[in-house]
Design a protein around this ligand. Structure first.
Ligand SMILES: Cc1cc2nc3c(=O)[nH]c(=O)nc-3n(C[C@H](O)[C@H](O)[C@H](O)COP(=O)(O)O)c2cc1C
Length: 463
């Protein structure tokens, strides 16, 4: 254990000295879990100052809220930024501190991070926060951010399990400190079939949501930003530590069981409670699900057929599709033959025409008990499509958790004319993003999974 060198008085007042000494041994560290040592050179005096302060860590950010700031002087040294060292986990960590007052934009985020470790602090406090950023590792030791980096790396691996249009996995994930960034990967974009990138955005939104589920299930609090600029679509930021979220724990378990099942659903009605849970999952993301009446399902079938015809007669789209579907998919992308029905199921709404015959036994049903719904929201910008992916992920995972199966039908949303039909189906109250079919999950063996790219090709860790 590193010894904490406690300077002689007057640099350290007597009442602080025992706290600093206690921080030097493990028992003391545990007892004073939320206190750390702070060492810096006084700006005005040029003298070294060492004192204990209450802190919270989030990635490489360390927050120190200054209680009764008006009566204290030390924090004023960090106005405009000042170098310091923090004694945490038995080491002095070089850090740069800067005072963040309540009128600064980042104040709410820093306060939220601080309150995660100190829940008794009022959310309405306006006391200044000294925000420290660690500026270096200590002699090859694992930096403090290790836990967060590890959690984000694990979450990025889970994000890789997300559904994506034709299993293109059109994302690049970057772990940077306490943040997971989701970028679009242009080499896996469908330029002919999805020129506006809408389905790519839904796919990346689903990946970001999967990552948030994994983090929340592990007790990490997160927030998401959707900058959607220069290829960067979303930032999932860890803001602190909390309890494991039970909803997320169930969703995480559902990620392993979730598959796209293109067979007809069994002739068993969807339980109203389970459907309500899926609807609530969508509402929870700020979007909506419009369940179609039986006459509207016929209109949907017409829209799907029209969209399929349009795609089938476009040679460039057909050529692009052929590169992503059928066969064994040894490179880890695309829809393998094992996930494509061996013959078209006899259903009112036709399934996706992949232009190739698969090996999946189609099953005998006719989808009569299936529920069709349009996922919609208010907005047609990139952020809205990204959010649609988050809603799709939440709905799909909760459906699986409730013993249901969900199948996206994106063809009618991919083409402008058929998307207008979807708009009519939602009575022009919003912008449609996707159609989903919901049914009771077929009994029997689970479907074989679809392949995924190795994490090395989709994940980068910046440090
Ligand atoms: C935005 C989006 C659109 C999709 N559209 C369809 C579709 O129209 N028809 C279909 O059969 N599957 C569709 N899928 C499912 C994907 O093909 C599937 O997620 C992918 O092949 C990976 O397989 P998995 O879901 O079994 O992991 C879609 C998925 C997403 C995210």
């Amino acid at each position: 254990m590193t010894q904490i060198a406690v300077p002689a008085a007057p640099a350290v007042p007597a009442h602080n000295r025992w706290v600093l000494r206690a921080l030097a041994n493990e028992v003391g560290q545990r007892l004073l879990l939320r206190l750390c040592g702070l060492r810096y050179t006084g700006r005005r005096t040029g003298r070294p100052v060492t004192l204990p302060v209450a802190y919270a860590v989030c990635g490489t950010d360390v927050m120190v809220l200054v209680g009764h700031a008006a009566t204290k002087q030390w924090w004023r040294n960090f106005r405009g930024g000042h170098q310091a060292e923090l004694f945490i986990d038995g080491h002095w960590w070089p850090a740069r501190g800067e005072v963040v007052e309540a009128d600064r934009l980042e104040y709410p985020r820093l306060l939220a991070g601080y309150r995660a470790a100190h829940p008794h602090v009022s959310a309405r406090t306006t006391e200044p926060i000294v925000h420290f950023v660690l500026t270096g590792a200590v002699k090859g030791k694992v930096p403090m951010s290790f836990d967060v980096t590890q959690a984000l790396t694990a979450a990025a691996t889970v994000a890789g399990r997300a559904p994506s249009i034709h299993n293109t996995q059109p994302w690049q994930l970057v772990v940077d400190g306490a943040v997971l960034e989701v970028y679009t990967e242009s080499s896996r974009r469908l330029t002919e079939l999805d020129p506006a990138g809408h389905m790519m955005l839904i796919s990346c939104g689903a990946a970001a949501h999967h990552a948030q589920v994994a983090l929340a299930a592990d007790g990490w609090r997160t927030e998401i930003e959707r900058p959607v600029a220069d290829g960067l679509l979303a930032r999932v930021r860890v803001t602190g530590r909390g309890e494991r979220d039970p909803v997320a724990v169930r969703r995480l378990a559902a990620i392993d069981r979730r598959h796209t099942d293109r067979r007809p659903v069994p002739a068993e009605p969807v339980p109203a409670g389970a459907l309500a849970a899926v609807d609530a999952a969508v509402s929870g993301t700020g979007l909506h699900l419009h369940v179609l009446r039986s006459d509207q399902v016929v209109e949907l079938a017409v829209a799907v057929e029209r969209a399929t015809r349009a795609e089938n007669t476009d040679d460039r789209q057909q050529a692009e599709l052929a590169g992503w579907v059928g066969g064994v998919r040894a490179n880890g992308t695309g829809v393998p033959g094992t996930a494509i029905p061996a013959e078209a199921p006899q259903t009112t709404v036709p399934g996706r025409d992949f232009g190739v015959t698969g090996t999946l036994p189609p099953g005998a049903g006719h989808d009569e008990s299936a529920v069709y719904a349009v996922l919609y929201g208010t907005g047609d910008g990139p952020t809205d499509w990204l959010r649609a992916g988050e809603a799709l992920s939440a709905a799909w995972l909760d459906a699986v958790d409730r013993g249901l199966t969900l199948l996206p039908f994106s063809a009618p949303a991919e083409i402008a004319s058929t998307r207008l039909l979807l708009q009519r189906l939602v009575s022009y109250v919003g912008d449609p993003y996707l159609v989903v079919r919901i049914g009771v999950a077929p009994a029997g063996d689970p479907l074989p999974g679809t392949p995924r790219l190795p994490a090395a090709q989709t994940l980068q860790i910046r440090s």
